[in-house]
Structures are given as structure tokens and as C-alpha cells.
Design a protein around this ligand. Structure first.
Ligand SMILES: Nc1nc2c(ncn2[C@@H]2O[C@H](COP(=O)(O)OP(=O)(O)OP(=O)(O)O)[C@@H](O)[C@H]2O)c(=O)[nH]1
Ligand SMILES: [Mg+2]
Length: 296
């Protein structure tokens, strides 16, 4: 009997949702950083287990209290994914009490008629006592079908988790061809890689106001890609920081991005990035739509 279904991965920002999805698929599809609100779109990835099962994962933006229209769209996307799946995977980190943010998420999913797993991530940096405390606190707050402590970063317990997930999947078809790993286009992943480098290299509020727009992406006869992109930011002071002294920061961002894009596309890449100011694009419905952060 072939089993298949959709699994939505939800949780507060920065708990490791994208790290886990990448770990399961074995490819870096979702960008990761130590800053909250890294993921801004629902990103689908497809896991195949031979002729036994196919699981379609949805990595979602971290659920938080939105401070602008971009945040509201992110929360909306993540919340929408919740109603349409066969299994909800709720991730948190070891902690002795259910925090407000997590309680809010649990309140919102309690009426959904979907099994919910609790994953306690980042067990590599916590003690067994801390993990036990977390299990106690969270199982008082919600009835989870399964509770699985994992480490997304080193893969600890992830195989066990996958087997448990398959157990909860209904009988169903292979929704996507076996060689397909995501619904996203190369262009989207390239844009995200560039944004990831900005998130990782820049400080404080600057990277949160950045969006990347791919202007063109062309290959020549040798298979080399030429990619041109705009990096949008919200203030001219931010533009100065992104470019850096004598262009040093932009150069670092471009170099790291190019290296990762070359790995991803498996070919040589020329990358050119221009920095542009678009004031308050995060509150402009028009720009949000243009940049792919809003459907309607
Ligand atoms: N020590 C440790 N760190 C982890 C683990 N999983 C993720 N991290 C780190 O936690 C940070 C956030 O990881 P992400 O995967 O970007 O988190 P996210 O939940 O997708 O965050 P948003 O997209 O902002 O909602 C990164 O610095 C990761 O390297 C883990 O198992 N152990
Ligand atoms: Mg993420």
C-alpha cells in the first residue's frame, strides 16, 4: 500500500523549520539564518521513500505578531497551510514553560481536525532534563499524537521521525514525479540564496528590510549563467551599509551568493547585484505582490 500526504511544518521564527526541511530532503532549498523571520514564503519540498511513501512538506514562515504588511502576509501563508494538510508538525525548542508565542499557535490549531506532532528541536544543545521538562510542559498544554526530540542540524532522530510521519499518512497516490524535489523555480531559489547572504552578513534591522528581485537569468552556450539582480532596501542609510566601504560588503554578499548559486546550479555563474532604495516596500501591497510575497 502506497502512502502519501502533505505535512506542514509550523512554529515560531528561528526554531529550525527550514533546517529540518533541508535535512529531510537532503538539499538546501530553504534558506537558514540565525535571524528570526528568515523564511517569507511557503516552500514545498518532496520526500520519496522508494515505493513505500511520498511526503510533501511545506516549510512555512515563522508565526509571529506582524509589524508590517509583509509580516501579515507571511503569517497568513503559514496559517493557510495548516488547514490543508494530513499532518501538522509543530516545532519548538527546549524550554521549561510554554511561551506566549507557542501558546498562541497551539490555540489556533486546536480545532483543526489534523494530527499534530510536537518536535523539540536543537536537542544537541540541551540536557535530557531540559528536554523532559519541555515534554511535560507541552503535553499539558496540548494533546500531541507524537512527541519527538530531534536535532535538525545533526540529523539526530530524524529517521525515526520520518517513519512516524509515514505511519500517519493515508493511502494515496504519488502526487509528484520521483525526481521532483520542490515546486519552486530555480529563479526563486537563486533569489533566496542572495537574500540569505544579506541576512547572514548584515546586522540589526537592515537585512529584515531587504528583498531581492531577479532581473535576468541567462545561460550561454557553455552553460554559464549570467544573473542580474536588484537588492531592495528601505532607507538610503541602509543602502550605504549594504554596499559598505569601497563596496566591500556588497562584494562579500555577491561572492558568497555566487559560490552557493554555482553549487546549486552546478555550473559557473556571473552575478551582478544593484542596490536600490524602495521606501517602506514592506507596507506596499503593490510591491509585496511584485516581489512574490502576496498572492492577491
Ligand atoms: N544547535 C542547533 N541549531 C539549530 C538546529 N536547527 C536549526 N538551528 C539553528 O537555528 C537557527 C534558525 O534556523 P532556521 O532553520 O532558519 O529556523 P526557521 O524556523 O526556519 O526560522 P524562520 O524561517 O525565521 O521562521 C539557525 O541559526 C540554525 O542553524 C539544531 O538542531 N541545533
Ligand atoms: Mg525558515
Amino acid at each position: 500500500m502506497f502512502k502519501s500526504g502533505f505535512v506542514s511544518i509550523i512554529g515560531r521564527p528561528n526554531v529550525g523549520k527550514s533546517t529540518l526541511t533541508n535535512r529531510i530532503i537532503g538539499e538546501k532549498l530553504s534558506i537558514v539564518s540565525n535571524k528570526p523571520q528568515t523564511t517569507r514564503n511557503n516552500i514545498m519540498s518532496i520526500y520519496n521513500k522508494g515505493d513505500e511513501a511520498q511526503l510533501v512538506f511545506v516549510d512555512t514562515p515563522g508565526l509571529h505578531k506582524p509589524k508590517n504588511k509583509l509580516g501579515a502576509e507571511m503569517v497568513k501563508m503559514a496559517s493557510e497551510s495548516v488547514g490543508e494538510v494530513d499532518l501538522l508538525v509543530f516545532i519548538t525548542e527546549p524550554q521549561s514553560k510554554v511561551g506566549k508565542g507557542d501558546q498562541f499557535i497551539l490555540d489556533n490549531i486546536k480545532d483543526k481536525n489534523v494530527p499534530v506532532f510536537l518536535l523539540i528541536n536543537k536537542t544537541d544543545k540541551s540536557t535530557p532534563e531540559e528536554i523532559a521538562e519541555t515534554i511535560t510542559a507541552y503535553s499539558e498544554a496540548f494533546t500531541f499524537k507524537e512527541i519527538v526530540p530531534i536535532s535538525a542540524i545533526n540529523g539526530n532522530n530524524v529517521d525515526t521521525l520520518l517513519n512516524l510521519m509515514i505511519k500517519y499518512m493515508p493511502e494515496g497516490p504519488r502526487y509528484y514525479p520521483e525526481d521532483m524535489i520542490t515546486d519552486r523555480q530555480e529563479r526563486f531559489i537563486v533569489m533566496e540564496i542572495i537574500r540569505e547572504k544579506a541576512l547572514r552578513l548584515l546586522e540589526q534591522e537592515v537585512p529584515h528590510g531587504i528583498a531581492v528581485e531577479i532581473l535576468s537569468m541567462k545561460t550561454n552556450e557553455k552553460g554559464t549563467y549570467k544573473i542580474e539582480a536588484n537588492m531592495l532596501c528601505e532607507k538610503s542609510s541602509h543602502k550605504g551599509i549594504i554596499i559598505g566601504k569601497n563596496g566591500a560588503m556588497l562584494k562579500r554578499i555577491s561572492t558568497y551568493a555566487r559560490q552557493d548559486i554555482e553549487k546549486f546550479l552546478d555550473t559557473k555563474v556571473y552575478l551582478r547585484i544593484w542596490v536600490k532604495v524602495k521606501e517602506e516596500w514592506r507596507d506596499s501591497p503593490f510591491l509585496l505582490k511584485e516581489l512574490g510575497y502576496k498572492d492577491r
